[in-house]
Design a protein around this ligand. Sequence first.
Ligand SMILES: Cc1cc2nc3c(=O)[nH]c(=O)nc-3n(C[C@H](O)[C@H](O)[C@H](O)COP(=O)(O)O)c2cc1C
Ligand code: SF4
Length: 454
Amino acid sequence: MNAIQVLDKFAASGVETCFHDRHINPQIYAGINGSNWSIKDYEARGGYAALRQILGQDGGAGLTQDQVIATVKESGLRGRGGAGFPTGLKWSFMPRQFPGVKHLVCNSDEGEPGTCKDREILMHNPHIVIEGMIIAAYAMGIPLGYNYIHGEIFQVYERFEAALEEARAAGYLGNNIMGSSFSFQLHAAHGFGAYICGEETALLESLEGKKGQPRFKPPFPASYGLYGKPTTINNTQSYASVPTILRKGSEWFAGLGVPNSGGTVVFSVSGHVNKPGNFELPMGIPFAELLELAGGVRGGRKLKAVIPGGSSTPVVPAAVMLATNMDYDSVRAAGSAVGSAAVIVMDETTCMVKVLERLSRFYMSESCGQCTPCREGTGWLNRMLKRILAGEGRREDIGMLVEVANKIEGHTICALGDAAAWPVQSFIKHFRHEFEYMIDHGGRSIVDGELAAA
Ligand SMILES: Cc1cc2nc3c(=O)[nH]c(=O)nc-3n(C[C@H](O)[C@H](O)[C@H](O)COP(=O)(O)O)c2cc1C
Ligand code: SF4
């Protein structure tokens, strides 16, 4: 089945509400209008029914831990935090027989430029994350969990706290959940706005009250996680996908997407579009359709390039992107990655040198400084780009930018180094002439040159 056929299943009908009114039949976030976040609203949408069923509190036999993990595996759900790791497989790594406390962590740090979906899920539908985490905890035999929420969005933290209170009062959280023998305590924690604390081991360090710096892996969190105990960490949207998968079945979810990319995903479309926003859509939707849903390129201008999966993923030129479907394999074939599904759209007026300088400044500022290639390299990249923008660039700088990026990539403790390198490599690969033009014209952008000539 190709992506256009997949899309047919999502033909719009009636009033569509999700984070706004531009979705084509949201599957997981249907019926959300911005104010119906509370527990009674969630229950009215079928919330907590999956948990009730799993725990055998609906009159049925309940599901075993293995059955829950198998269902998540079969659904094809892949982690929505960026790496796309299969969620059910990750859950199977948890040593369930470990005698001490095991931890479950939700990664709501969401600091990648362009990414803005987890905060909306938490704000408008917090109970779906809570239910997903309770189901995950049950499947892995975990008694204690935390949701680590990005530091600068206190209203989201407060909303999640309020939802936790409701879930506890309703008996969905705490000891002997719904009268069963299963107990799970869940707490919210907020960070302080550091991008690096979204890296899972830095997040764990930060949760422990330490400086948020990534740990060397292995050991991985499944064996040595929070406070040195086995820990499973997933993204907000990964957990949020779980209750509906359990309620409607793994086949339903897998069938929404395309092979190897099951289900729907929330695409955060930003940049030069008429209607930026979060769109829950099936995996495999053609990028051209997504662009259309986002109102097309602003002012009727021409599309120049797209960063398809958050600022760390390689940039893709317009022609390639317009022929690409938004699933893991297709975006990889186009030379980039689905990442966190944050789609940054750039029109023809965009100066790629300026964009790269802005991105490199972000990675320089957010480097935790542990590894020499990242600490020194990110600053070096930014200084060279600033020099080019200031009209003091040399042709050799272009090769040097690539060389420094290559020396960072794959030579650091965490993937922030790669995230800093990939934009540099891809921007120069596809838009080298813009760098050359600026160097040859004393800091003048090719875009300004083109506009002046028009
Ligand atoms: C620098 C950096 C920042 C990251 N930020 C986030 C983030 O904000 N949210 C997130 O879920 N994953 C983030 N990740 C990925 C996490 O390390 C981890 O892979 C993810 O939380 C696992 O969840 P998933 O399997 O459900 O995607 C980041 C990774 C790196 C290297
Ligand atoms: S790659 Fe950068 S952010 Fe990651 S551990 Fe090394 S210095 Fe810190």
